[in-house]
Design a binder for this molecule. Structure first.
Ligand code: UP5
Ligand code: MG
Length: 190
């Protein structure tokens, strides 16, 4: 059991917007624990867990895994960590994800980052990545972009209305993008 309430940052943005890349820099500079929801789900597939086949099919189609599955994976990681600063990358992707996290974990994020990137740039990056991800093909990317617009943008708007959203222009060099991110955490650290 943790004595301190966690400091939670949600890291949102479309496929290939640079969430994972920038999370590595935030971890190095500000000491967060990085929890990529996509990585946790891919780990479930690799470990042949009971939900593995369902998760694989969902990711292949570019659709969203049931909230309960994803939130449980995030919860397990948070509970087993000694850190109380978490970067939750690629989650929540739907209003249902958001509500489910609030209900199960019982806290709201302190900061929400939105990596705002043009679609053509995201498509280019994902197709160039070449790391064998089952969802990095043009057909799945089209669905990922549609799902992002229809289901994830409402979550981003929700946090904008709550005054928690920091929008980052996610084009240009990685280091230049991080210089937009840095002041957000310098300001909230005190
Ligand atoms: N790159 C990065 N920054 C760059 C820059 N400034 N200039 C040029 N290139 C840049 O970057 C993508 C690529 O671009 C890399 O090759 C990088 O070097 C380069 P990355 O940092 O990996 O971007 P990221 O936003 O993390 O892209 P990713 O593809 O991981 O985003 P997705 O949101 O699509 O993937 P995720 O792993 O989060 O989810 C995958 C699937 O899992 C979802 O589609 C969904 O099916 C499922 N899922 C759920 O169902 N629920 C969840 O809660 C989470 C995932
Ligand atoms: Mg990623």
């Amino acid at each position: 059991p943790k004595e301190k309430t966690p400091f939670i940052t949600f890291v949102l943005g479309g496929p290939g917007s640079g969430k994972g890349t920038q999370c590595i820099k935030i971890v190095e500079t500000f000491g967060f624990t990085h929890l990529s929801a996509g990585d946790l789900l891919r780990r479930e597939i690799a470990s042949n867990s009971a939900d593995g086949a369902m998760i694989l099919n969902t990711i292949k189609e570019g659709k969203i895994v049931p909230s309960q599955v994803t939130v449980k994976l995030i919860q397990k990681e948070m509970e087993s960590s000694d850190n109380n600063k978490f970067l939750i990358d690629g989650f929540p992707r739907t209003e249902e994800n958001r509500v489910s996290f609030e209900r199960i974990i019982g806290v709201e994020p302190n900061v929400v980052l939105f990596f705002d990137c043009p679609e053509e740039e995201m498509v280019k990056r994902v197709l160039n990545r070449n790391q064998g991800r089952v969802d990095d093909n043009l057909e799945t990317i089209k669905t990922r972009l549609k799902v992002f617009e229809a289901l994830s943008l409402p979550v981003i708007n929700y946090y904008s209305q709550r005054g928690k959203l920091y929008t980052i222009k996610a084009v240009g060099a990685e280091d230049e993008i991080f210089e937009q991110v840095r002041p957000i955490f310098t300001a909230t650290e005190a």
